[in-house]
Ligand binder design. Sequence first.
Ligand SMILES: [Zn+2]
Length: 230
Amino acid sequence: MTFWVYENWRAHGHRATVHRSQCGHCNGGLGRSGEPVTPNGRWHGPFTSFDDAVGGAQATGAVVHGCRSCAPSASRGSSPSGQRSISDPSPRVRRSNPPGLPGWPVPYGDLLALGFLPFDLQPDPRDAGLPSSGGRRWTTLGQVPDSSGVYAFTVDDGGVPHVAYVGLTTNLWMVTKGRLPQGGARPGQRYGGRPEYIGQTRLRVNILVCEQQDLGRRVRHWLRPLPPRT
Ligand SMILES: [Zn+2]
């Protein structure tokens, strides 16, 4: 059973609705528009279990709902009765951030509405087990725009993400890959690069990222391409 979450930040406030993949409103994560992202919202998924989908919905920071049409639940059948339903009042559905998250809270939908795209960070297995105090390498997953841009690092523990750092770069490849698309190497610019190669500010952010990951929190790199100057 596959599930998807539709995050909508325009209609009825900021809400995230869990659907079964085959629901007519879901259409395998493309919705009725046929697009995974629209000005009003976007699809998250696929999730292979109902619980994962609820977790993904909560991670958006929105109020979580279950689709009334497809009535998603943890059961394999179509009836949600007898299983934990998304409409059950649960302390997991709405919780506030515990103290200690760095930065300031910005709802996931606000970041998307501003034009930021989320990128997950994959820790480099070669640095596994090293103390966070020295920094560690990571890889930015996904297709990075070849453009100047604004970027942010967010930290979340399942609730509203906190923006911990914001920067500006002449090419988003430099801060994520340490090189230019055409090939010029810029290892000192890459936040997830080898700690001994990166500048002091980048090392400070790298260490912050590692510390937060060690706390079991999710750190993401958000990239917002800027239009070329004319
Ligand atoms: Zn549905």
